[in-house]
Design a binder for this molecule. Structure first.
Ligand code: OAD
Length: 269
C-alpha cells in the first residue's frame, strides 16, 4: 500500500539521520580518535589502541610537567617513550581522510554549525573545518600556561640550553598545547564548547568511545534535554543507548554517504 509520497519518506537510518540534521535548528559535531584511524593514526582504546598496547600514561602528566618543566621539555623535544616517538612521526605525516572532508562539507552545507574535536592531530583544520574547537589542544601549537596565548611549535624559538621556554608576552611557562592528564581544559575553549552545545538541538557524534569528560558530557546533555543524537561508530559505545540513531560503520563511509544525502536534500529543495 502506498500513499504516493513514499519517495519523500525516510526509509533507512541514514535517510533519517540526513533528514534530522537537515531539519535541526543548530547542529554540532563531536569527534574522537576514530575519525583519524583511516588517516593512519591509532585510537587510544580497543583493538590497536595506544592505551591497549602500551597502557595508559600516568594520570598526573600535567603535575609532572609543572613540577619539572625542564625535564618535560627535554622529553617533548626528544621523546624516549616508544609510543610517543611513533605517534609523533605518525601525526607529522598524517593527512585528512574522507571523514574529515565530509564533515567540512557538512559545515559548508549548513548542516553543522560547529565541531568539537578531542583530537590533537590538526586534521579537521587541514580539511577546511572553520568553526572548530580543539578541546584537547593541537600538537602543532604551544600554549602559555599564564596568558593562554598560542604559538606555532615549528616557529617558536626554543633554546635547548635554557629550558623551559618562557612566554614572550607574560614570561610565564610555555608548554605544548596538547591537554595532559590532570590538566584543566583551557577556559576559553571550554567556554566555546559549552556555548555551542547549549545552543544545539542536534549532535553528530563520530568515532569516540565517549568515555572522557567533559567532551562526552556535551552529547549526554543534548540527548537528556530532548535533542537529537546521531552516533557513527563501528561499535556501540556508552552513548549508544541515548542515541536517536546509531549508524554502525566507519566514519569515512558513513559520513561520505550522509553528506551526499544532505547535498541531494538541498538540491531537491
Ligand atoms: P578512543 O580510542 O577511546 O575511541 C575511539 C573510538 O573510535 C572507538 O569507539 C572505536 O570504536 C571508534 N573507531 C575506530 N575506528 C573507527 C573508524 N574507522 N570510524 C569511526 N570510528 C572508529 O578515542 P577517543 O574517544 O577520542 O585524551 O578518546 C578520548 C580521549 O581519550 C582522547 O582525546 C585522549 C584520550 O585519553 C587526551 O589525550 C587528553
Amino acid at each position: 500500500m502506498s500513499d504516493g509520497n513514499d519517495s519523500k519518506k525516510p526509509s533507512t537510518n541514514l535517510d533519517r539521520a540526513a533528514q534530522l540534521l537537515n531539519e535541526a535548528e543548530f547542529s554540532i559535531a563531536l569527534t574522537g580518535a576514530g575519525v583519524s584511524v583511516e588517516s593512519g593514526i591509532p585510537s587510544f582504546r580497543g583493538p590497536g589502541g595506544l592505551w591497549t598496547k602500551y597502557g595508559e600514561p600516568p594520570l598526573d602528566g600535567y603535575q609532572r610537567f609543572i613540577s619539572d618543566p625542564e625535564r618535560a621539555w627535554e622529553e617533548l623535544l626528544k621523546p624516549t617513550e616508544d609510543w610517543l616517538v611513533g605517534l609523533r612521526q605518525t601525526l607529522g605525516r598524517a593527512k585528512p581522510n574522507v571523514a574529515h572532508f565530509s564533515l567540512a562539507k557538512l559545515e559548508s552545507l549548513g548542516a553543522i554549525g560547529a565541531l568539537i574535536t578531542q583530537n590533537v592531530d590538526d586534521l579537521h583544520r587541514q580539511a577546511g573545518q572553520r568553526e572548530l574547537y580543539e578541546i584537547h589542544g593541537n600538537f602543532k601549537l604551544l600554549r602559555c600556561v599564564g596568558c593562554s596565548k598560542r604559538f606555532s611549535f615549528e616557529n617558536f624559538p626554543v633554546d635547548v640550553k635554557s629550558l623551559p621556554p618562557k612566554c614572550p608576552s607574560c614570561k610565564e611557562l610555555i608548554k605544548d598545547d596538547t591537554v595532559h592528564f590532570g590538566e584543566p581544559i583551557p577556559s576559553e575553549v571550554l567556554a566555546s564548547c559549552e556555548r555551542v552545545s547549549e545552543r544545539a538541538d542536534c549532535i553528530l557524534v563520530v568515532g569516540t568511545s565517549a568515555t572522557v569528560y567533559p567532551a562526552a558530557g556535551f552529547a549526554v546533555e543534548i540527548a537528556r534535554r530532548g535533542g537529537t543524537l546521531i552516533e557513527i561508530n563501528p561499535e556501540p559505545t556508552e552513548l549508544t543507548e541515548l542515541a536517536t540513531i546509531f549508524l554502525g560503520g566507519t566514519a569515512s563511509a558513513i559520513l561520505n554517504d550522509l553528506s551526499e544525502k544532505i547535498l541531494r536534500l538541498h538540491r531537491s529543495g
